[in-house]
Design a protein around this ligand. Sequence first.
Ligand code: ATP
Length: 208
Amino acid sequence: MTEPTEYRRVGLFGGSFNPVHNGHVAAARAFMEQMWLDYLFIMPTGIAPHKEEDPNTSPMDRLKMCELAFEGMEGIIVSDLEIRKPGKSYTVDTLRALSAEDVRLFLLCGTDMVLTLDTWKEPDELFRLCYPVYVRRESDPLLDGRINEKLAQYFRKYGKMVRRITMDPVRVSSTQIREAVQQGQPIGNLVPPAVEHYIKEQGLYQNG
Ligand code: ATP
């Protein structure tokens, strides 16, 4: 079998996106630029393996908000692959679905996620299928040692360096947004305007 001479560089950025926020958008942009991606799949999870389903929003709401947040950004594809799939979504299965001979896959994780990659389903296969990269959500220097130790461990175990995407941390979480909405506080500086509008219009996150 001959090796393809040209690869398409394809990124995967998965999450609950409940809701998608400015930190996700900034990380996706930096990922595209710094990994020279041809395409980036934004992948809201169906049922995330590590989270409970939120009765306040449907998977379709989370998907719609991603579409609004990334609308018009060239190369970004908001995918319903995991949402359409019954049962839990595992990243390794999604990577398998996106794999092709002429595709090089990159997986973006925030700090919290990169620290747990070896506990995900089939970590050997996950590392074989993609190049994981990470982005810092915070600038806490106390975490530097833990991250470096973990990355060295991954290199020894799976033979891959996990590269870092650099950006000024955007300190926001979806939890913070859900709480702010419930308490009637503004969220205009935390999510893109179209997402803010959608949350208001649909009355999301009113009940905690
Ligand atoms: P929650 O508060 O509900 O746990 P979250 O804000 O962590 O949500 P997720 O949808 O769980 O958002 O995150 C999806 C991915 O985006 C994860 O890899 C996570 O680490 C990353 N991420 C989340 N927030 C940020 C941020 N502010 N900057 C960079 N990456 C982020």
